[in-house]
Write a protein that binds this ligand. Structure first.
Ligand SMILES: [Zn+2]
Ligand SMILES: [Zn+2]
Length: 132
């Protein structure tokens, strides 16, 4: 029991370390390929379980941005994402929008709004340059 718990927390730590070291908002599959270098017996299912667990605890963000797979982000500070429809890259944006949007929405409907998610889609500068 204890040994199992220890293995689990070691795996989870390794997964979190990998995610913290990148700004690319990777898929579970990518994290799996990196983690296997350290933990060869790891399975993709275990990676998913660990990611969901970390997400539930609020240690990471899970991004559903209309991309084929969920993406993960170790940066839990309030920020938005821009998804490039050409290269699929996800960029961080740090705009102070959430408070204003919440207030605007609350003026219109008397709901108690707990979370605001804003996402941006378009073509990134790299792809714009390339297509010229
Ligand atoms: Zn792009
Ligand atoms: Zn991010």
């Amino acid at each position: 029991m204890e040994e199992k718990f220890e293995r689990f927390s070691r795996q989870r730590e390794e997964i979190l370390k990998i995610l913290k070291a990148t700004k690319s908002h990777p898929t579970a599959e990518w994290i799996y390929s990196q983690a296997r270098k350290k933990i060869p017996r790891l399975s993709l299912g275990t990676v998913y379980r660990n990611l969901n667990n970390l997400h539930q605890k609020g240690a990471i963000r899970k991004l559903q941005l209309g991309t084929p797979f969920d993406r993960f982000d170790a940066d839990t500070s309030p920020h938005q994402h821009f998804v490039c429809k050409k290269c699929g890259k996800i960029y961080d944006l740090f705009l102070d929008l959430e408070k204003d949007l919440k207030a605007m929405a609350q003026r219109e409907k008397k709901f108690r709004i707990e979370k605001v998610e804003v996402e941006f889609h378009g073509i990134c500068l790299n792809c714009l340059k390339f297509s010229q």
